[in-house]
Design a protein around this ligand. Structure first.
Ligand SMILES: [Fe+2]
Length: 246
C-alpha cells in the first residue's frame, strides 16, 4: 500500500490542490490525514469537499476541527485563530461539518497509528522532544505513527535500549528507509501553513511495501491565498506568515 500522509491544511485550497494532484500522479492507494482541515485560511468548504470523495481516506481530528463541535477547545486559541474560527463556522455547510465530525481522535490501523497532537493529549500537546516521544511510545501500536499539529516535518526513531533520535527533513524530496525493529513517529509537516521557515506545502508518502517514507515540498500560489485572506478581512497575520513559512 502507498499512503499519502498529510496534515494541517488549514483551509488553504491552493496548497491542497497542488498536493492532491501530486498524490494522484504518484498513484497512492489511500490517504492518511493527521488533522486541522479547517481554521486560519479562506476556503474551509472547498478543502472539505476536496477530501470528501477520496478513496481509502482516514482522518483524525485536529484542535481546530474539534472546535466546530466542542467550543471549549478554542479557549487555548490566539485572538486571530478565534476570528478565523468565526469565519469558518459561517462558511462551512452542514454536509461538510458532518464529514469532519466523523474524523477519529486516534487511529490505530494495520499499517500505522495516527493522532493530531500526541497520544497523551490529542488536541493540545506539541510533540517535539525525545522525552515526549518516550512517554507516547506505550500508547500506540506498531512501528509507524503519524502526528501533525506543530506544522514542522520531522521523524523520531527509537530502537529499544537506545536514545531516541530526532531528525528534521531538509530538501524538497527526501526518502527515508524505515528499518525493522525501529519505531517511528513522523510528522509530514503542513500542507497549508508550514512553519519551518520553508513556505512550500509539505506532505509525505508512506510505502508499506518498500517500507519507506518520502517527504515532498511543493510550491503553490501563495499570492492567490493572500488575496483571498485579505478580501475576507481575515487577520493580516494569516496572510503575512504564508510567504515566510512561519
Ligand atoms: Fe494546525
Amino acid at each position: 500500500m502507498k499512503y499519502a500522509v498529510f496534515s494541517d491544511i488549514h483551509s488553504n485550497y491552493e496548497a491542497l490542490q497542488v498536493c492532491l494532484k501530486k498524490m494522484q500522479d504518484l498513484k497512492v492507494d489511500g490517504y492518511a490525514f493527521c488533522g486541522d482541515l479547517i481554521g486560519y485560511g479562506p476556503n474551509p468548504e472547498e478543502c472539505t469537499r476536496a477530501l470528501m470523495y477520496l478513496k481509502n481516506f482516514v482522518g483524525v481530528m485536529g484542535n481546530h476541527d474539534i472546535c466546530l463541535f466542542e467550543k471549549e477547545f478554542s479557549r487555548w486559541f490566539s485572538e486571530y485563530a478565534n476570528l478565523a474560527m468565526v469565519f469558518t463556522l459561517k462558511n462551512l455547510s452542514s454536509k461538510s461539518k458532518k464529514f469532519i465530525s466523523q474524523f477519529l481522535t486516534v487511529y490505530n490501523g494495520e499499517h500505522f497509528s495516527m493522532v493530531h497532537g500526541s497520544f497523551t493529549d490529542p488536541y493540545r500537546d506539541y510533540l517535539l522532544t525525545p522525552e515526549q516521544f518516550i512517554l507516547n511510545l506505550p500508547k500506540w501500536q506498531g512501528n509507524v505513527c503519524f502526528v501533525g499539529h506543530s506544522h514542522v516535518p520531522f521523524i523520531m526513531s527509537y530502537r529499544e535500549g537506545h536514545i531516541p533520535q530526532v531528525d528534521v527533513f531538509y530538501g524538497r524530496d527526501v526518502t527515508i528507509k524505515l528499518m525493522p525493529g525501529v519505531r517511528y513517529m513522523i510528522n509530514p509537516g503542513s500542507v497549508g501553513q508550514p512553519r519551518d521557515a520553508n513556505n512550500m506545502a509539505s506532505f509525505g508518502i508512506f510505502d508499506t511495501t518498500k517500507n519507506t517514507f518520502r517527504l515532498l515540498r511543493l510550491p503553490y500560489d501563495i499570492k492567490a491565498v493572500q488575496t483571498k485572506i485579505e478580501a475576507q478581512k481575515l487577520p493580516q497575520i494569516l496572510s503575512d506568515r504564508l510567504p515566510k513559512g512561519v
